[in-house]
Design a protein around this ligand. Sequence first.
Ligand code: GLY
Ligand code: MN
Ligand code: MN
Length: 434
Amino acid sequence: MTPEEFAARRRQLMRMIGEDGIAIFPAAPRRKRNRDIDYPFRQDSDFFYLTGFAEPDAVGVLMPGREQGEFLLFCRERDPAHEAWHGAVTGPDAAPSSLMADDAFPIDDIDDILPGLLEARPRVYVTMGQYAEFDGRLTEWLNMLRRMARSGSAHTPQEFVALDHLLHDMRLYKSRRELSALRRSARVTVAAHERAMQNVRPGWFEFQLEAEFDHEFRGANARHAYPPIVGGGTNACILHYTANDSELAAGDLVLVDAGCELDYYAADVTRTYPVSGRYSSEQAAIYEVVLAAQLAAIEMLRAGNHWNDPHDAARKAIAEGLIDLGLLHGSTDAALETDAVDEFFMHRTGHWLGIDVHDVGDYRVGDQWRVLEPGMVSTVEPGVYVSHQADVDERWHGIAVRIEDVVAVTRDAPDVLTGTLVKRVDDIEAVMNG
Ligand code: GLY
Ligand code: MN
Ligand code: MN
């Protein structure tokens, strides 16, 4: 992503904000893991989207039409003693050229400068309720202005507007460069799934399969975009299983939901395959139901359709498939209307994906499902989970299958960004058996 791309995003946002508005957006705070150890720092997604700046202790400000500069950045100052321990810091001197900021100031000066900037604009765009510390600072700046207003020497803002309304709608439409970034994350993720599929064997523990992803992701300078799910056998029925510490048994399926984040863009992929390389006939039968549902859902991810159309298609295909197999009874319509199908497929078929794995953007506009448009990117991830409590023949018990790909809406056919990863039964068995 180039500095020009970030600048174009800021320009687009500033056009919507207008010349009586100011937008203020903070970097992510550092977070403690335990005692004196921090979690690895990860920039706030909105902040990154607008700046490309990956350091903590920073605040961005946009003031459309301001003559002395529209994009101001508060950031850490350079300090040789600090940098000797923690590495290079950009600093306010270099920020204008490297980040295309019009001006940059030390973050320690923000209390002196920001109230004056706020005073100049009646409308303030800010995301509140996300970072308590930032909310507190904002309140302080406003109180400073209020005190000055009482003595007649300042104005206070008239209106606060949720910045995320505008920003998250922008983030929903991926640019050409963003689609390229998503493709790169998809490629690394596909390679990792292939490696895992080729190497898994009975007797391995789930964490060993997880390690195949660590290897492939770190080898590409990527990291997990979310805690990976590696669930053997009935562990796959636990939707948010992340313990990944059981032994993988011959005869069981393993469900692997793992995707990387590379250059701040995520992938999110699931495959489900037999630990020993061959699906049993029951496993294959359930698998085919899920695959048919996934293909039907992908087919619906087209411009002009509604957000819910892929989900409706997947639910219908699963109801039909489970009726054919005898896991559900009666008509398809009845299975859909009575929610009988939800016992086996209890989650949504997808979610937006981008800088966040569960990306921002509204799924509804007013009381309507959103109309799909080119540039939107979603996962498609139906599943069937047959728990031991399910009132079906016990040969089905413990079988759980999910298939998940990343799909971009285009002007014509859906573009499956992770489409090179095998998912037909024959193809998977061929990869697994060399
Ligand atoms: N891996 C999280 C999800 O599939 O939504
Ligand atoms: Mn997933
Ligand atoms: Mn997902």
